[in-house]
Design a protein around this ligand. Structure first.
Ligand SMILES: NC(=O)C1=CN([C@@H]2O[C@H](COP(=O)(O)OP(=O)(O)OC[C@H]3O[C@@H](n4cnc5c(N)ncnc54)[C@H](OP(=O)(O)O)[C@@H]3O)[C@@H](O)[C@H]2O)C=CC1
Ligand SMILES: O=C(O)C1=N[C@H](C(=O)O)C[C@H](O)C1
Length: 259
């Protein structure tokens, strides 16, 4: 990779670790963008995403959903690959990601840990095997008090995996933020609950609750570094990759072959 790796959000919780992991992988860190007065450990602080995109072969992006549409345009224009970890995207943001992916390689994942991606694959298989009329699917997540979006991107990813397994669209069956007289649970609904507190790195449980048994699968991240090493792996994987919207499953070799 001639130009090296850039980081959007380089001074943030993830950005700081990403910079360390780029160096640990023996790759070149060109620098990143963040708030103008940010201190960056290694590489330069670029004035904006266009300048970073011009200098880097790939940008790892862990910022805020409000940046996504501008970053999509700048990276597509520069022909720079994009590893997108930011969560909380709107439908319009997601459309901008898909548009960029017609021109550049984009690896988008709500969670870059190998363990969560295995859980996502298992979730789809479990949902396909357990009748929706008997097994109520509930997704519970907990994160640190600073997290700004809910449910987490990973929780939504789990919801989509369950919905795929059941052959339905998540939007049609999602039950989020129950409060007050919300009525009885809908058959086939996929429920979400988000807890926030302390410095929890990220915990996700998918529960299938039937009348006579419960099955649950839980992932706990103890250190953000697990996301950072996965994202650097994804960034290196983009080298020479044709335009397209890829997932961490593609990077891990767990995705079904593309038709
Ligand atoms: N996919 C995955 O595996 C993971 C995804 N995430 C996601 O990554 C994102 C970031 O998380 P985290 O690192 O904890 O958050 P932080 O708030 O610690 O870091 C984000 C950084 O981006 C900066 N930033 C925000 N907007 C801009 C902008 N317009 N231009 C330049 N810099 C900007 C912030 O600056 P300022 O503080 O001034 O706003 C901050 O320094 C979240 O969406 C989170 O959900 C997190 C962990 C793993
Ligand atoms: O904001 C975080 O911290 C995390 N965000 C991601 C998400 O929304 O799923 C991944 C991880 O759980 C940490």
């Amino acid at each position: 990779m001639e130009k090296g790796i850039g980081i959007a959000g380089i001074a943030g919780r993830m950005g700081t670790l990403l910079a360390e992991e780029v160096r640990a992988a023996g790759a070149t860190l060109v620098g990143g963008i963040d708030r103008p007065d940010a201190t960056v450990a290694g590489g330069g602080l670029f004035p904006d995403i266009a300048a970073l995109a011009a200098a880097a072969a790939v940008v790892m992006d862990f910022t805020h959903a409000s940046t996504v549409q501008a970053h999509a345009r700048a990276l597509a224009q520069a022909g720079t690959a994009w590893v997108l970890g930011t969560t909380g995207l709107s439908a319009e943001d997601q459309a901008a990601v898909a548009e960029a992916a017609t021109r550049i390689a984009v690896v988008q994942a709500p969670n870059f840990s190998p363990g969560v991606n295995l859980v996502l694959a298992l979730a789809e298989r479990m949902a396909a095997a357990l009748p929706a009329g008997q097994y109520d699917a509930e997704i519970v997540e907990m994160h640190h008090r600073q997290k700004v979006d809910a449910p987490s991107g990973t929780a939504l990813g789990l919801g989509h995996a369950v919905a795929r397994g059941r052959g339905v669209a998540l939007e049609a069956v999602k039950e989020s933020g129950r409060d007050g007289h919300c009525g009885a649970r809908r058959t086939g609904g996929i429920g979400f609950a988000a807890l926030r507190g302390g410095q929890v790195v990220g915990e996700h449980t998918l529960l299938f609750a039937a009348a006579n048994e419960h099955i649950s699968i839980t992932h706990r991240a103890f250190d953000r570094r697990v996301f950072a090493t996965g994202a650097v792996r994804a960034a290196l994987w983009t080298h020479g990759r044709p335009p397209g919207l890829y997932s961490m499953m593609d990077v891990l070799g767990m995705a079904p072959p593309r038709g």
